[in-house]
Write a protein that binds this ligand. Sequence first.
Ligand SMILES: Nc1nc2c(ncn2[C@@H]2O[C@H](COP(=O)(O)OP(=O)(O)O)[C@@H](O)[C@H]2O)c(=O)[nH]1
Ligand SMILES: [Mg+2]
Length: 192
Amino acid sequence: MAQKDIAKILVTGPFAAGKTTLIRFVSSEQLLSKDVKATDALSRFKAMTTVGLDFGILHVDDNLDVHLFGTPGQSRFNFMWKVLSRGALGTIFLIDSSSQRAIDEGKKMYKYYRGKSDDPIVIGATHRDKEDARDLDALADELGAQDANMIPCDPRNKEDSKMLVLALLEEVMRDEADDELEEEALDDFELM
Ligand SMILES: Nc1nc2c(ncn2[C@@H]2O[C@H](COP(=O)(O)OP(=O)(O)O)[C@@H](O)[C@H]2O)c(=O)[nH]1
Ligand SMILES: [Mg+2]
């Protein structure tokens, strides 16, 4: 059988945005059962949860598993970011769209992220069922994230969370296709 592809993605965002919930709800439950065969994944899961980090696996289909890594809270963020982001294809950035404090914090985090990486990112706007939830355009403005794809998401809903993961994978593929096209254009140029 052909080997499965593993796509590593990060789940980040300020406190209480819904990171733990998303990772927990989107993960395929087999991970916690006894008959897990993927020993690498299992040991990674154990290691991550032991140190209090979120880790989950979504089986997209027979050929692809997505490994989701949650970034920790502020005190350990900068250090862990370096470790966790290694080999990641992109990031899901969650933000509580009803909390001014979260948005202020999210703005700083988004800026930090963009300063470090131009990898694909999708923003999941959470807590949309709350009265104070900003509309998506206002939220993008406040975050300084008008360039990013913003998608409403309730992390307690598995389908919502899956959609967010798939939207990010789509961004990743688009990004890769753009790179290919650019390379081809350069090749063509050299042939001329
Ligand atoms: N009402 C509502 N509650 C949410 C939503 N997203 C997350 N929560 C809740 O917010 C709390 C914090 O979520 P958690 O996943 O622990 O946030 P984390 O700090 O980013 O890991 C939990 O009680 C979640 O059930 C949402 O969209 N709406
Ligand atoms: Mg958490």
